[in-house]
Design a binder for this molecule. Structure first.
Ligand code: SF4
Length: 265
């Protein structure tokens, strides 16, 4: 079943896939891992495999039943582009999103390199109701995985970056072609600290819609989400499809040749 969610920038989560594996520093205190383990121990059938990647064919029907338009966070308990999710199942998830234009689907991945590879092998239709985002938690997300470049070269019309948990100052970034930046600090017992100037660097330097999610910390409720005395809840605005410079597959591959961890196999 889909769930109402406390995640501020969405209305509902939808999990046709559960389970994942850690890939980068942002995963260290993965909320989904802990939640899956709790549900597994409670005997929840959907989490019988705990956090092993598991496909839920039944869940594919859910968006059809929601008549009122919603913003839907796709795979909040997984990563749609995890290497263990079969290409065919990704196509099925896309078919559901394509057939439900009343909803906005927010797909957030730490594996945009797989999207680039898939786009040369199978057909994925990027209908306008699919927003695609990637996580950039520190410089490693750029140095090892080149996630921003990968995101820019996908065919999604609306593109966003989740700087959460923000773990270091990102310096100057080129966010041309990116519509939306979500920034947030890590929460929970082992939360790693965020600094205000890191947040302001992203907010001030970029011409993108800005959403400040939270300061985080051990008591995220108390820390709240005010920045400069107010909340920041911008959403991407509708615009024409951004025409990023065309690039060939081999050019992209050569750009990535030094990226040891994020290489395209
Ligand atoms: S990619 Fe997301 S769901 Fe997967 S382990 Fe990392 S934080 Fe958790």
């Amino acid at each position: 079943m889909a769930q109402n969610t406390k995640i501020e920038w969405t209305d509902t989560t939808w999990n046709p896939i559960t389970g994942c594996t850690k890939i980068s520093d942002g995963c260290t205190n993965c909320y989904a891992t802990k939640m899956a383990n709790r549900l597994y121990k409670m005997g929840n059938a959907k989490y019988a495999n705990n956090f092993t990647v598991t496909l839920h064919v039944d869940a594919l029907k859910e968006p059809y039943k929601w008549k009122k338009p919603r913003r839907i966070f796709v795979c909040s308990m997984s990563d749609l582009f995890h290497e263990d999710v079969p290409d065919g199942f990704i196509q099925m998830v896309f078919a559901v999103m394509n057939e439900n234009p009343q909803h906005t689907f927010q797909v957030l991945t730490k594996r945009p390199n797989r999207i680039i590879r898939l786009s040369t092998q199978i057909k994925l239709t990027w209908s306008d109701n699919i927003w695609l985002g990637t996580t950039v938690e520190n410089m490693g997300a750029i140095i090892f995985y080149d996630r921003i470049t990968m995101l820019k070269h996908t065919l999604a019309k609306t593109k966003f970056i989740s700087f959460e948990p923000l773990l270091q100052d990102m310096g100057k970034l080129d966010l041309s072609g990116i519509d939306w930046a979500i920034v947030g600090g890590e929460s929970g017992t082992n939360a790693r600290p965020i600094q205000e100037d890191w947040v302001l660097n992203i907010k001030n330097d970029q011409n993108v819609a800005f959403y400040f999610k939270q300061w985080g910390g051990r008591n995220k409720k108390k820390a709240g989400r005010l920045l400069m005395g107010r909340t920041w809840d911008d959403m991407p605005t509708k615009r024409e499809r951004y025409e990023y410079s065309t690039i060939t597959w081999s050019e992209l591959e050569s750009m990535l040749k030094n990226h040891v961890l994020g290489g395209l196999q």
